[in-house]
Design a protein around this ligand. Sequence first.
Ligand SMILES: [Zn+2]
Length: 369
Amino acid sequence: MTAFSWSAVASDGAARAGVLRTAHGEVETPVFMPVGTAATVKAMTADAVRSTGARIVLGNTYHLMLRPGAERVAALGGLHRFMDWPGPILTDSGGFQVMSLGKLRTLDEEGVTFRSHLDGTQYRLTPERSVRIQHLLDSTVTMVLDECTAFPATHAEAESSMVLSMRWAGRCRAAFCAREGYALFGIVQGGVFADLRERSCAALTDIGFDGYAIGGLAVGEGQAAMFETLEATVPHLPARRPRYLMGVGTPDDLLGGVARGVDMFDCVMPTRAGRTGRAYTSRGVLNMRNARHAEDAGPVDAACGCVACARHSRAYLHHLFRCDEMLGPMLLTLHNLTYYQALMRGMRAAILEGSLAEFSSSVRAGWTA
Ligand SMILES: [Zn+2]
């Protein structure tokens, strides 16, 4: 059995290239994790996800606890077998979705009570229950349950929310059943306030986690404030543990995050955009529904080797989206995830060569060419 670990292979400024070792295989970092909300990366077979270069995916506790239920997934052999993904899976705690339910949920010291958005059934999520659900799912990386601080928040609001999340982080650590190759990550909160972020890092490192996530960003504060908050947070995290920026982001956010010392990312952007006809490419974002692609025999992205680009034209993708054919979202999701994975591999290679800044400026120049 392999112990869970992350080790650096090279660094370039604050950026790191490394390797995550888990019970379900190794993953090179920096890494982007496609989001497999309901035990599926939407519009993609597991083989298609692998073909993009992805080696770790994310699952959503909130959705899976409602349907099909964590106990049922466990009875069917766990999430890896259920969705045919033998590689590592990271699950969120359910907190983000539950906090987004607004009037459908009530928060107290012990946990959060909420009604399902599907049928109104009442559920209770506590730090202990969230960790238990993720155990039943057989998640490789379990995330602590936290309160996602609203944005904007005053310093006092962000402080009391962060302090509650730190108490919950301690309860998650106590409830977590350690297994070889499995991990529990803490989540730094504190809004956009540098002093709160520093206190949150200290509280989490006191408890001790296998990795550290930075939560509560990409919630409306804007890229400049997000980068500033990262710069105020990352130096206070242990150097030998992986760092995960939750819910981020655009390709430009990924370049900025890696340059500031982040190792792991997840976001619905490439998959969601793929379903609505938006393509991330080496020449910027394209809308395949746009009439200017109707007679274009060229590929979505000449620099991409995915099936959508190697075998099909922009005109074909345009046609599929105009006709609402399901192959359109399938091909464009495949392309977007392939683009994201290639971007991460490019950054890793550049870190190994000590040329991340040059790599990032040439990628950004391509978007505006
Ligand atoms: Zn492609």
